[in-house]
Write a protein that binds this ligand. Structure first.
Ligand code: 5RP
Length: 221
């Protein structure tokens, strides 16, 4: 989609020589990664931290140097997509199932830029399911706990079998009737034993790159 390409490519301009860059997952940040590979050929020097096996493969194919697991100490800039963005810049992520590594990277990054087509903006986060990554052991109990917070849960499936994340876990997509306090909900979900991470990203986005009604790239901060 053209709007994804324009937003994604714009974010690549924020990468400077010597940076360690968190590389997100999805079809929008894909364009950022492609642009970074192009800039690399023109002399840009940087290293990437991929947020998923999928992104790792793309980056490796493009010859982007990656920091190995166990050596990730500092991330200067993270760039990633989102499934939903509310008026306070709270995000819902995890549509691609990569939320756990995505949140580790977003949280660690000095700056976090979100790239999103205009369709990702929602007035109310409760309109969108929140992906919750849970460890398979006794996941029924974890699901019961989640339901007690007032949501409907749905095990994510792929080819008629449970979707397995890069970390060997399941995803429960959780639909709430209303979300009054996203920050509190993010913490409440995390407190449930068996939850590895949830897709609510509060207080993380420093900039959002998207398109306005005229189709021009805009940077919201
Ligand atoms: C993956 C994600 C993605 O960032 C999110 O799904 C957005 O993807 P896209 O850019 O393809 O719309 O959270 O876990």
């Amino acid at each position: 989609m053209e709007s994804k390409r324009l937003a994604g490519e714009k974010a690549a301009e924020f990468v400077k020589d010597g940076m360690v860059v968190g590389l997100g997952t999805g079809s929008t940040v894909y364009y950022t990664i492609m642009k970074l590979a192009e800039r690399m050929k023109q002399g840009l020097v940087f290293k990437g931290v991929p947020t998923s096996v999928e992104t790792e493969k793309i980056a490796a194919r493009l010859g982007i140097p990656l920091i190995s697991k166990g050596e990730i100490n500092k991330i200067d800039l993270g760039i990633d997509g989102a499934d939903a963005i509310d008026p306070d810049f709270v995000l819902i992520k995890g549509g691609g199932g990569a939320l756990l590594r995505e949140k580790i990277v977003a949280e660690a990054a000095d700056q976090f830029i979100v790239v999103a087509d205009p369709g990702k903006f929602v007035p109310n986060l409760a309109d969108v399911e929140i992906p919750v990554e849970v460890i398979p052991f006794a996941s029924e109990l974890t699901e019961k706990h989640l339901k007690s917070l007032g949501c409907h849960t749905k095990l994510r499936v792929n080819n008629n079998t449970a979707f397995i994340t890069d970390n060997g876990n399941y995803i429960l997509d959780c639909k709430f009737e209303e979300i009054k306090n996203p920050k509190e909900l993010e913490t409440q979900i995390l407190r449930i034993p068996g939850v590895a991470e949830n897709g609510l990203f509060t207080d993380m986005a420093n900039k959002i790159i998207t398109l306005n009604a005229l189709g021009e790239v805009v940077i919201l901060a």
